[in-house]
Design a protein around this ligand. Structure first.
Ligand SMILES: NC(=O)c1ccc[n+]([C@@H]2O[C@H](COP(=O)([O-])OP(=O)(O)OC[C@H]3O[C@@H](n4cnc5c(N)ncnc54)[C@H](OP(=O)(O)O)[C@@H]3O)[C@@H](O)[C@H]2O)c1
Length: 207
């Protein structure tokens, strides 16, 4: 089976992927911790961030485990990276090569546990090609943020996506699907599952 390109993000019920006032001092923006509450309850996500505890053997935990296991390389936008640079543990949560889109060249940043951040200044196709080459046959995750994923949607470079919808309202911030022409998004529904805190929507992109 060939390697897939996918994104997997959380949004609020009113469609926001980042709350207002997001930045390195306020990762993901105001209200975002409520939106991502379900993932922070999973043992797998906590282990990846070096936080003890969490729930094992739940459907949410199994889902998070699958998502991290399938990705062999990642693509990030520089603003998502800026938030993570100051808050991720030294053993950064990717444990794989990460390609950061930016207009500011920078030497690769090597972290413990297999994560190396490479800074890519020649566009989304180049970042994806480098990620595919580094992924060792596994899938490539376009991690975010909003403007980064939108570019991959517009360019038709995605195969699959999962959107985790939390029943919270953020009221403002950045919506994933704003500023896209209606006909740019052609999706087939693969599945919809839920737990108390979240509904997981799986889609396949139709080329
Ligand atoms: N809800 C979720 O699951 C989730 C997941 C991931 C991220 N997020 C949130 O999303 C927010 C960040 O999203 P965002 O849309 O503001 O920013 P972003 O997509 O993370 O980063 C945008 C920046 O990336 C660089 N960039 C993007 N495309 C480029 C290109 N084609 N060529 C060169 N550089 C390029 C530019 O940086 P330069 O200015 O350096 O050129 C641009 O300013 C954060 O708050 C983060 O927490 C949420």
């Amino acid at each position: 089976m060939s390697s897939k390109v996918f994104f997997d993000v959380g949004i609020s019920l009113d469609g926001y992927m980042a709350g207002p006032n997001a930045g390195p001092d306020n990762p993901m923006g105001d209200g975002a911790s409520a939106m991502h509450g379900w993932v922070f309850q999973t043992a797998t996500f906590r282990e990846i961030l070096g936080i003890p505890g969490g729930e094992q053997d739940t459907s949410d935990d199994a889902l998070v485990k699958r998502v991290f296991a399938r990705a062999g390389a990642y693509v990030l936008g520089r603003r998502m990276f800026d938030e993570g640079e100051v808050s991720w543990p030294e053993n950064a949560p990717f444990r794989a090569p990460v390609y950061v889109l930016t207009h500011s060249p920078r030497e690769p940043w090597v972290r413990q546990g297999g994560t190396t951040f490479h800074f890519v200044t020649d566009g989304i196709e180049s970042a994806l090609a480098q990620a595919k080459a580094a992924a060792g046959g596994k899938d490539v995750r376009i991690s975010g943020g909003v403007h980064t994923i939108r570019q991959y949607i517009k360019a038709g470079l995605l195969d699959e996506c999962t959107i985790h919808v939390a029943p919270v309202l953020l009221g403002a911030g950045l919506r994933l699907l704003d500023q896209l022409a209606p006909n740019v998004l052609k999706l087939e529904t693969v599945s919809a599952t839920s737990s108390k805190l979240v509904t997981h929507l799986d889609y396949r992109f139709v080329r």
